[in-house]
Design a protein around this ligand. Sequence first.
Ligand code: NAI
Ligand code: MG
Length: 333
Amino acid sequence: MFKVVLIKGDGIGPEIADAVVKIFDAAKVPITWIEKQAGLNVIEKHPTGIPEDTLEAVQQYKVALKGPTTTPVGTGHKSVNVTLRKSLELYANVRPAKSLPGVRTRFDNVDLIIVRENIEDTYGGIEHNQTADVAQALKLITRPGSIRIAKYAFEMAKLYGRKKVMAVHKANIHKLTDGLFLKCFYEVAKDYPEIQSSDLIVDNTCMQLVTNPERFDVLVLPNLYGDIVSDLSAGLVGGLGVAPGGNIGDDVAIFESVHGSAPDIAGQGIANPTALLLSSFQMLQHIGLHQTKARIEKALIETLKDGIKTRDLGGKAFTNEFTQAIIDRLENP
Ligand code: NAI
Ligand code: MG
């Protein structure tokens, strides 16, 4: 039995987390959930939104599945996710964008993975006013940070049999910072001769992603470009309801959907659990349960092919109907 920390979060979090738990139960996945709190429901007592024991459990068990958590605006509360990322050194944000049958988009065969550096770049919060009218932010890129994200991308590519890894950057303008990122990328690439390595400037990448996304495989990017390009890529395959992600460090990994707590639809039983389920597939691969992942994935694809979809994807199914449809399509191991 594997032990995995489950943080249901708030808003639609508990609804979609319960759906995943039900599907895992039905599929007899050998995981024991260690349930912990984070988000709005604990924010009165814990201004960070994360109680100590939640953080400790994630450190102890190393793997977590997390539902979305609300960040109150204008109250000085930090984002739970930023806190987790920084305190646990989750330096790789991995977001696959893969076309799903039955989910109508402009492209049929997108299958790419965004590997975003999750700590450096302009996200260190090093920002100040020089005068009332001049503000400045620092873009921080380091050799160790760039080497480890490039290594992560190539190792991941190797593990999943991917053929190409591309660095995305703006080294023509940011010659020193993005230049260092790119230099490190090619240094690491030398150790992976079986994988094709290349690079592309970020604006050109965006243009090609919206015209010809099927040519892309694994992309590795500094934080800011990664943030933007990963949302763009999610849009290529159906948007937030189907966009999964993982925040991964050397020691700990937290898997969660890209979308937030969707307060506008919380409690109505209509949330799409697919993004969290796809995140749980990343988690199953991470812990080595590849066959279990394939079995549940097949049931999800059959469900979508049969036209059973939640409203965000143009269907009529409620969360529990969609969940049951997946369970009904699970084959025996
Ligand atoms: P959101 O992603 O929660 O919602 C945007 C729109 O997409 C809404 O109309 C929502 O109903 C819809 N939507 C999102 N997920 C859906 C799903 N699974 N099924 C069906 N429809 C779905 O973004 P928003 O409204 O900007 O943020 C709400 C809260 O979530 C904020 O407090 C924000 O800080 C937080 N947030 C948390 C994240 C996390 O915990 N990882 C990530 C992003 C936002
Ligand atoms: Mg973002």
